[in-house]
Ligand binder design. Structure first.
Ligand SMILES: [Ca+2]
Ligand SMILES: [Ca+2]
Ligand SMILES: [Ca+2]
Ligand SMILES: [Ca+2]
Length: 420
């Protein structure tokens, strides 16, 4: 039912040339003239419903246009101007409403002007109404016509990261592909265009140990992953990356951020025995210290990956011994669980293993120790008074120095003291 009855002018595309200073500019202008159309009810050709109106295709102007201003965007015309004087004006936000006077219209010629640089990131589209008024009458000669002005994007915003510094963590035993962290940059330019199409890149890694490419970044998503499964907290506990985001698919404007990656401990060191000491114990004693076995572990101290856990795995079918972890968590203490009998067995050969409270994160060899316990013969056990005495001395005490005076009496000799 819609047809264009009278085309006043078709779209005309030309260059507007002007001199500014010593330079000559040519501006491409889309010069649209208003078109009239009539709508008739064509279902019934006899019916004469006619609706007049004008239409104008959307106009475009680039943001940050250098001008000079005011800059002509288009000209509109009513064909009534052939028969009477027509005055033109525009209304709406950008004309007579905020932001006022961004656009103006020459009341006599119908030229539409933009008066200053536009910023697409502030507003990407303006909708105005053009009016053709019969001079002197104050009434519209035409229905008001909608004018849409699209602001064309320029790449005038660089990508900006959401954080100036990112902090991530990665367990040292991580394998290639482990996701560490995601960085995100945004670009204020027009979405889904090259001007805002960001690519990410790792620019530097500190330290470059054991290789300069320990991490990799997905150029499109910003997800940082482990690239080399050779992280070792005990050697490099922290990395610093500088990551760049560049628009125009990685070729345009750039923004930067720092990514600090902490390498966290994994249980990748087995505890190993360092000193087994002398394993000697008198017979007939329960809970007597047999030996202290020292171990060391390369993992983070005072964690489950460092704390030692001991087991006697062979040589003690009668469950005569127990093993416990000392309070410093790096020694195993073997004691008697039952009293030993020198006459029956004077030597016990125990096989002791040490592990951590936490399971190993990588395949490791479990350290074992062979402990030969010598049982000492006690023929005539004397009675000590007091029965036990706790003694603390420096470990570097000179040989043959007195540790403590400890007196004992032979049970056969009878008591000399009386308790009153
Ligand atoms: Ca941009
Ligand atoms: Ca822009
Ligand atoms: Ca460990
Ligand atoms: Ca470790």
């Amino acid at each position: 039912g819609v047809y264009i009855s009278r085309l006043i002018c078709s779209d005309t595309y030309f260059l507007l040339g002007f001199d500014h200073g010593s330079k000559r500019y040519f501006l491409p202008l889309n010069f649209y003239l208003a078109m009239h159309y009539e709508q008739t009810g064509h279902d019934d050709p006899g019916l004469k419903i006619t609706k007049r109106g004008w239409i104008i295709p959307p106009l475009s102007v680039s943001e940050n246009h250098r001008g000079p201003y005011p800059l002509v965007l288009a000209q509109i015309r009513s064909d009534f101007d052939k028969v009477k004087k027509i005055l033109y004006k525009i209304t709406g936000p950008g004309a007579n409403e905020f932001p006022v006077c961004l656009f103006t219209m020459d009341r006599d010629t119908g030229h539409l002007y933009v008066r200053q640089e536009l910023d697409r990131e502030k507003q990407d589209k303006y909708m105005l109404f053009a009016h053709a008024e019969e001079a002197g009458s104050g009434t519209d000669a035409e229905q008001p016509m909608e004018i849409i002005i699209n602001v064309i994007d320029q790449n005038d915003n660089k990508p900006v990261f959401n954080q100036s510094t990112y902090k991530g963590e990665v367990p040292e035993a991580s394998t290639k592909g482990f996701e560490v962290i995601q960085v995100v940059a945004t670009d204020a330019d027009e979405p889904n265009t090259d001007n805002s199409d960001i690519r990410y890149r790792i620019m530097s890694q500190k330290p470059e140990e054991p290789s300069p490419n320990m991490f990799t970044i997905n150029p499109a998503t910003g997800v940082i992953r482990v690239n080399e499964a050779e992280l070792d907290r005990e050697k490099v506990p922290k990395y610093e990356l500088v990551v760049m985001a560049a628009d125009n698919k990685g070729e345009g404007l750039t923004g930067f951020t720092k990514v600090i990656i902490k390498v966290t401990d994994s249980n990748d060191h087995a505890p190993v025995f360092t000193d087994l000491g002398q394993a000697t114990v008198e017979e007939n004693k329960v809970d007597a210290l047999v030996v202290k076995m020292l171990v060391k572990d390369g993992d983070e101290p005072h964690t489950m990956a460092w704390n030692a856990k001991f087991s006697i795995i062979d040589g003690d079918p009668g469950n005569l011994f127990t093993v416990e972890t000392g309070t410093n968590k790096q020694e195993g203490i073997i004691s008697t669980a039952k009293s030993l009998d020198f006459e029956r067995t004077s030597k016990h050969t125990l096989l002791v293993t040490v592990e951590n409270e936490a399971p190993f994160a990588v395949p490791l060899v479990t350290s074992t120790a062979t402990v030969v316990v010598t049982v000492e013969d006690v023929n005539e056990p004397p009675i000590f008074d007091p029965k036990e005495k706790h003694v603390s001395k420096r470990e570097d005490l000179a040989v043959n120095s007195t540790v403590v005076r400890y007196t004992a009496t032979d049970p056969d000799v009878g008591r000399k003291q009386k308790v009153m």
